[in-house]
Design a protein around this ligand. Sequence first.
Ligand code: NAD
Ligand code: USQ
Length: 391
Amino acid sequence: MRILILGGDGYLGWPTAMYFCVRGHDVHTVDNYLRRRAHREQETDSLTPILESLPARAEAWRAVTGYRIGVTEGDLCDWPTVEQVFREFEPDAVVHYGEMPSAPYSHITREHAVFTQYNNVVNTLNVLWAMRDFAPEAHLVKLGTMGEYGTPNIDIEEGFIDVRHNGREDRLPYPKLPGSWYHCSKVHDSTNIHLACRIWGLRSTDLNQGVVYGIETEETRYDPRLATRFDYDEVFGTALNRFCLQAVIGHPITVYGQGGQTRGYLNIVDTLQCVELAVMNPPDLGEYRVFNQFTEQFSINELADLVQRAGREYGLEVRIDHVDNPRVEAEDHYYNAKHSALLDLGLKPHYLSETLVESMFAKIEEHADRVITKAIMPKTRWRPEREPVPR
Ligand code: NAD
Ligand code: USQ
């Protein structure tokens, strides 16, 4: 298949490009290096050294495997770029990772909130219009987030819920309760994609993904030049990845607040498997479907305990600290999210284990001299520093 990977320079996009390419697909990537620029702005960097650009990565990939990955360096908010890529590549499937992915980043200042929603919503709208005009039969596999649902006090369904109201019934999009400006941008995307499927007959799978962990995939192991990025800073690092790094460098694990916050999690190798399952099993034209993409759910306290136990086995002294929660979120709540659609398509999960955490420790140790410790403690807060003056 001809597979277009938007955001192909990212943590998930680069391993996905290699994964599809080595399986015989024709792969083209697009990226504008927003993620690299955001790290420069925050004075942080990937723990794993990564090559300086997508063309350099594609060249290393060709040298190692003999296969070719196409590259466009450009902004998806820029219509001529999007138009040209869709006209020339004529994709069968579009895997859209190309957004600003961090909740804290979207809370730094007003400008960061505005930028996040502009970047994510406008670029996805461009992609939808390009599909309408140049690839109406292609399948959009869009990365959404489990955080679109928030933490309601009822079971979370996969995208839709049957509602009875005043004696009438309908199947409607599951109610959304996003907890950050970033998570809101994903909700807005979902609304726009659903509309495009209804009015233009496009087909799309919205993958509401949980928090991803892990450093390596089969393809990144071929050669150190094929590494993907791995971040641990307060803005871009995510829970388990941060905790593993904290354990290795002797920094206390930072549990925000009570630690009862429960989320869905999955291994990076399962992200690749899920995206492949979605691509290989497209919906009908006009269909908009939602899969909840995670394999297990954990509370933050459970993750911290697991990392502490694995650390003990590995010979590390791991301390757990409860720090003031910089976010506004429920710290003790009901959570039961359905996630059977991908399992029904054949997903074989790689579950989190202490052995896996230990292998992450080993990889982190290799690059421990690159850690920027001042970037670890949370600084970005959801609430304003001062209470608003009453009117
Ligand atoms: P990432 O930042 O590493 O990857 C996104 C890539 O898209 C970056 O390389 C960035 O430069 C590029 N990009 C952003 N805006 C662009 C634009 N306007 N034009 C061109 N390129 C642009 O993030 P990631 O962790 O790989 O996440 C990929 C996707 O998956 C995101 O949409 C994210 O919201 C979603 N997601 C990630 C996780 C996770 O835990 N990593 C979990 C759930 C969902
Ligand atoms: N948390 C801690 N300590 C830390 C870091 C985080 O307790 O040091 C807590 C947070 O308060 C939150 C939970 O861990 O309750 C998850 O936070 P996170 O930073 O790991 O993940 P999140 O902000 O939710 O965002 C990440 C990705 C995002 C994706 C989302 C999936 O960055 O792209 O959409 O996970 S989900 O969480 O399902 O919405």
